[in-house]
Design a protein around this ligand. Structure first.
Ligand code: LER
Ligand code: MN
Length: 286
C-alpha cells in the first residue's frame, strides 16, 4: 500500500501580473492566463496577483481558470498602486487619499470574490520631506482604519508589509509594523513579512518571525539578492525552522526577479522550497 502523502504545512504561490504591467512590477510572469498555466505545471498551489486596479481582472474567466487548474489566489499585492498610479495612504492632499481609498475598495471587493487577502506594501506611503513622522502615521492610520472597516464587512484581511529603507522611508521592520498594528487595533490587519526586507531591516529573521508570530498571516520569499530562494545567502533552514516553531500553516509566495529568465526562476524557487513546505529541511530530505 502507498504510504499517505504528507499534508503540506505551507502552501506556495508565485507573484504574477497583467500583460501590460510595467517593468517595475516585481513578478515572475506576466499575463494571467499563461501565468496560471505555468504555475500549475510547476506545482505551485496558487498565484498572487500584483494589481494596480481591480479592472485589470476579468473575474469570471479568472475564477474558472483557477478552479480548473486547482489553484487559489491567496493574495492581491498593490505595489503598482504606488508605482504606477502614484497613490498612497500618507498623501497630504485629501483628494489623493480619497483616490487611494477608492482603488483599494475595488481591490478588496475583488479579493472578497477570490477569497484573497490584500497587501499594503509601498502604497502605505512615506514621510514627506520636513514633516514630523507622526503626521504620516496619522494619515496612514486614518486610511488603514477606513479600509479595514470596509474589508471587515467583506471578510477580507489586509496585510501590512514592512519594506526596506532603500525603497521607502516609512515602516521598515516587523517591530515598527507591529507597533502600528497595535495602534490601529483592527483585528483584520495583519503582517506580511518579506524575508528579503527582513534581511536588511530586522534584528534577526527567525527570531523576529517568532516574536511577532501572532500577527503573521502571509510571507514573501526571495533570497538576499531577490533571486529565487537558494540563489543567494539567506538561511532558509533558519526561516522555515522558525515558521515551523510558530506553527505557521498559511501561504507563502515567491516574489523574485525573473532572472536568469522567468521560467527558470520559478522552477528554481519551487524545487528549492518544496522540501521545506512539507515540514522538512533540505538536509533531512536530501
Ligand atoms: C513588495 O511586495 C515588495 O516587497 C517591494 O520590495 C516591491 O518593491
Ligand atoms: Mn514583498
Amino acid at each position: 500500500m502507498d504510504s499517505p502523502q504528507p499534508i503540506p504545512a505551507i502552501r506556495l504561490a508565485v507573484a504574477v501580473a497583467s500583460d501590460d504591467a510595467p517593468p517595475s512590477a516585481l513578478v515572475v510572469w506576466r499575463g494571467f492566463q499563461a501565468s496560471i498555466e505555468k504555475a500549475r505545471r510547476l506545482g505551485y498551489d496558487g498565484v498572487e496577483l500584483a494589481l494596480r486596479d481591480a479592472g485589470e481582472v476579468d473575474l469570471v474567466p479568472l475564477q474558472r481558470q483557477l478552479r480548473d487548474a486547482g489553484l487559489s489566489c491567496p493574495c492581491i499585492s498593490t505595489g503598482q498602486v504606488f508605482a504606477c498610479l502614484g497613490l498612497y495612504f500618507t498623501a497630504a492632499e485629501p483628494d489623493k487619499r480619497r483616490q487611494v481609498v477608492r482603488v483599494f475598495q475595488g481591490l478588496i471587493d475583488l479579493a472578497a470574490q477570490l477569497g484573497a487577502m490584500v497587501n499594503i506594501g509601498r502604497a502605505r506611503g512615506f514621510i514627506e520631506p520636513g514633516e514630523p513622522p507622526r503626521d504620516a502615521r496619522h494619515r496612514f492610520l486614518d486610511v488603514a482604519g477606513e479600509l479595514c472597516e470596509y474589508a471587515r464587512a467583506r471578510a477580507v484581511r489586509l496585510l501590512l508589509e514592512p519594506v526596506n529603507r532603500y525603497e521607502i522611508n516609512f515602516i521598515h521592520s516587523l517591530a515598527e509594523a507591529a507597533e502600528l498594528l497595535a495602534e490601529a487595533g483592527r483585528p483584520n490587519l495583519a503582517l506580511m513579512p518579506d524575508v528579503f526586507h527582513m534581511n536588511i531591516e530586522d534584528r534577526a529573521i527567525g527570531g523576529e518571525l517568532e516574536r511577532f508570530a501572532r500577527h503573521v498571516a502571509y510571507v514573501h520569499l526571495a533570497d538576499s539578492n531577490r533571486l529565487a530562494p537558494g540563489q543567494g545567502h539567506l538561511d532558509f533552514d533558519e526561516i522555515f525552522s522558525a515558521l515551523r516553531r510558530i506553527g505557521y500553516n498559511g501561504w507563502a509566495s515567491v516574489e523574485i526577479l525573473p532572472k536568469p529568465d522567468a521560467d527558470t526562476a520559478a522552477r528554481q524557487a519551487i524545487e528549492f522550497l518544496r522540501p521545506y513546505l512539507t515540514g522538512g529541511n533540505r538536509e533531512t530530505s536530501e
